[in-house]
Design a protein around this ligand. Sequence first.
Ligand SMILES: *Cc1c(COP(=O)(O)O)cnc(C)c1O
Length: 354
Amino acid sequence: MGYFRKNIEKVRGYEPGFQPKETDVIKLNTNENPYPPSPQVLKVLAEISPERLRKYPDPLGNEFRQAAAEINSVRFEDIMCCNGGDDLLTMAFRAFCDRNRPVAYPVPTYSLYPVLAKVQNCRAIEIPFDGEFNLPAKLAGTKAALTIVCNPNAPSGSFVSIDELASLADELSGVLLIDEAYVDFAEANCTHLIKEFDNVIILRSLSKGYGLAGLRFGYAIAQSNLIKGLMKVKDSYNVDAIALAAATAAIKDQKYFAETTEKVKKARGLLMEQLRDLGFEVPQSHANFVLAGCKDRKADIIFDELKERRIYVRYFDLPGLEDKLRITVGTDEQNSKLISALKEILSQETASSA
Ligand SMILES: *Cc1c(COP(=O)(O)O)cnc(C)c1O
């Protein structure tokens, strides 16, 4: 007999995007922000006192909760700090799911959800999106204890309307977790739903919009009863003193945040246009990446060719995504190098097949 629980023996574990060691590469594979975090973050980091490190951090991160509550126009008790948005997902599975309490979500979506389901040993009810990534009607009728909708969705970049999510929250008997990791690049968010619904949890991350993937910080927004319950399953000190200080400085600098996210959104528009001009099929994205469909199912070949030119994008060998590349929006310079490389690759392809 193995040492591990059977479901752990069987699960493959989450496969993170490749993090190349070289620094002279163009890295458009894990949806990091191309811009650094606010200068206020670096200032706070330089001023961390030894005393702050000697002592345990505030277990609830109240300094950040206060700042996040103000920015989102919710109450202090409606916010919970997390060690990255992924930490909140782990807590939600722990708190709501077990052998008899399944999770449900539309697919394709964030590939961490099925991994967490297997670890928690709960059934995952996966309902396929249609070709346009509309919310599947069946999602409302699964009787799952936890339903997750990633909005904007990864890796499609598509966006489900707030009204549809409100109807879903109303129909569900279980909890609806709306994963808004990419919402900083969208035109609307679901924050106000928590005022109306006692079963809605919103996930936010500082990894994408705030350029802090290396810090590990995210947070939940929900009615205080849900927050209290989730706190029972969190690690005792789930956010560290340095992360807390840096995250608070980042979220308070809304001016810098607005400027950088605006630049990414503008670059996204141009990138989508240029990719379409090259013959890729690119649905409207509301996130900081685009999903590019390649003709003749040559996504893996283009992926390899780009890699040879030290440009990293993401290719998922998964149902419904075999012919697609997910490309993170980079700086204008990175995006134009990508487009030049793609032009070169596609012209070779045509030459060799002629
Ligand atoms: C990035 C991401 C998260 C959270 O990531 P953290 O780095 O842990 O904050 C959650 N959901 C999706 C879909 C993401 O892409």
